[in-house]
Design a binder for this molecule. Structure first.
Ligand SMILES: [Zn+2]
Length: 476
């Protein structure tokens, strides 16, 4: 048997870059194809590989079908981590939609043009934890099957949901989708960004190092057939779980900035409407891919090694009030409060009063000893009965379940919209395409959808009302 041929998209990204390195380590087993935009940066980084045996570079655009077809022709596997991510994604919603939804449609269509309707090509799609939206305690344990609830204004997440829907409903014989958690890269300087303040201090994060993410993606090439036709949560496992306030404390320490409580205040941070969680079922994927290699401590070590010497020095000589001034200037939520930006205040706090009542640091330090959920407990089964499944979302299944997992059934949501979808799609937390954000109007949706209500009313009240088409761009 000849070598397997693997197409990788997004080789210039953080996950794709590590996957590319991993593929290079396995060149004796695989022939590699990468599809890259011919930007000056990509040209410089990847030209050294051009012309090498067993490695083909297609210079092109994922939004251009001809380019995608050229890349897909003759491959056995397609690994697709490429995406336009925040903040670029939020700055340009139409472009984000074109790249994140258009690329997967092109890949699916190109696979279908392969021999036997593409039945011998295996597609792995990378989705995002952002699809779940905010899942703050006590509902911070997440599993596939939970309703998808992208945060208000998170346009990127909505495109990843649409893309995943396309994959699940593609009719391809072999597909899988992995909902990727926060990818922790060694360059922690990139954390020093206004977006860190959009994240509630009690956010639970199960991170994954970029190396483990890339390794896991490539491991999928070796996965058995039963791996396909499923949706997974991809995280680093229990040893990579942390609460955001603890994570930040450690980062500040690594940067030599000292006690973070002296340089920041809790009310610089949003109290809801971000994303991240601990995955109750990420071990399912690890059983296939064996990608749980690094721990949180390994990540901290990588960060420490990557900190430039002058920064360490700067941290030790700059007085706390100067550091505080720099950090405060980045705190977006304070700007929303100062400019009385009502929609953002609603989305991220609920009300100005809620912001005014944000407790002091002691609250968060004490909260730390709170309930921690044990890893490894039994993962609940997905709802199999179609009527029960529809009722869990306040809707109905209008078809008889034929038992064919790829069969399309007809569904109706609590607002009377009707659509066709496989049972598997809805089992994975997707629901009515017409009700899906944007616009974000969970306050009315939750009243007709008990599944959504269960998670939404964790930190919203039934008296709230917000409906927005577009909310913000981080870093604006
Ligand atoms: Zn609907």
């Amino acid at each position: 048997m000849g070598k397997k041929k693997v197409l990788l998209t997004g080789a210039s990204g953080s996950m794709g870059g590590e996957a590319f390195k991993e593929l290079l380590r396995r060149r004796d087993k695989y022939d590699i194809v990468i599809l890259l935009r011919p930007s000056a940066k990509n040209k410089k980084a990847f030209e050294p590989y051009e012309g090498q045996a067993g490695l083909k570079i297609v210079w092109g655009d994922l939004c251009n079908f001809e380019d995608v077809l050229e890349a897909v022709n003759g491959v056995d596997h397609v690994l697709h981590p490429a995406a336009l991510i925040a903040p670029e994604a939020d700055k340009n919603p139409p472009l984000c939609s074109r790249i994140n939804c258009g690329s997967i449609e092109n890949l699916i269509a190109a696979i279908k043009q392969q021999p036997d309707n593409g039945d011998n090509v295996r597609l792995v799609n990378v989705c995002s934890v952002a699809a779940y939206g905010d899942r703050l305690p006590p509902i911070h344990m997440v599993r596939v099957g939970d309703p998808l609830k992208p945060s208000v204004g998170d346009f990127y997440a909505t495109t990843k949901i649409i893309a995943e829907r396309s994959v699940i409903e593609s009719g391809l014989k072999y597909w899988a989708s992995m909902r990727q958690t926060y990818i922790a890269i060694p360059d922690a300087l990139s954390l020093m960004d206004p977006i860190m303040y959009h994240q509630p201090l009690n956010t639970h994060i199960e991170l994954i190092t970029s190396e483990d993410a890339g390794y896991g993606l490539v491991q999928a090439v070796e996965a058995p057939d039963e791996f396909y036709g499923r949706i997974y949560d991809m995280g680093g496992g229990p040893s990579c779980r942390v609460v955001f306030s603890d994570y930040m404390a450690r980062m500040m320490e690594l940067f030599g900035l000292g006690d973070y409580r002296k340089i920041m205040s809790p009310n610089w941070f949003a109290i809801r409407n971000f994303h991240c969680c601990w995955y109750e079922d990420s071990r399912v994927l690890n059983e296939y891919l064996g990608h749980w290699r690094h721990t949180l401590e390994d990540h901290y070590r990588q960060v420490e090694e990557a900190i430039p010497w002058y920064l360490k020095l700067g941290g030790s000589i700059a007085p706390a009030f100067i550091v505080r001034g720099v950090m405060r200037r980045m705190a977006d939520p304070l700007k929303w409060i100062e400019s009385n930006d009502e929609e953002k205040i609603k989305a991220f706090f609920g009300s100005r009063e809620a912001w005014e009542n944000i407790p002091d640091w002691d609250y968060y330090v004490d909260a730390d000893s709170g309930e921690k959920v044990e890893a490894g407990r039994e993962v609940p089964h997905l709802i199999d009965d179609v009527r029960e499944l529809a009722e869990s979302r306040g809707g109905q299944c209008l078809s008889e379940d034929s038992g064919d997992i790829n069969g399309k059934l007809r569904w109706r949501c609590g607002f009377g919209h009707e659509w066709e979808a496989t049972k598997r799609l809805l089992q994975a937390g997707h629901w009515c395409p017409e009700c899906a954000a944007p616009p974000w109007d969970y306050d009315s949706k939750a009243k007709a959808d008990p599944g959504l209500a269960k998670i939404y009313y964790n930190n919203h009240s039934e008296n709230e009302s917000q409906c927005v088409e577009y909310l913000y761009c981080p870093n604006e």
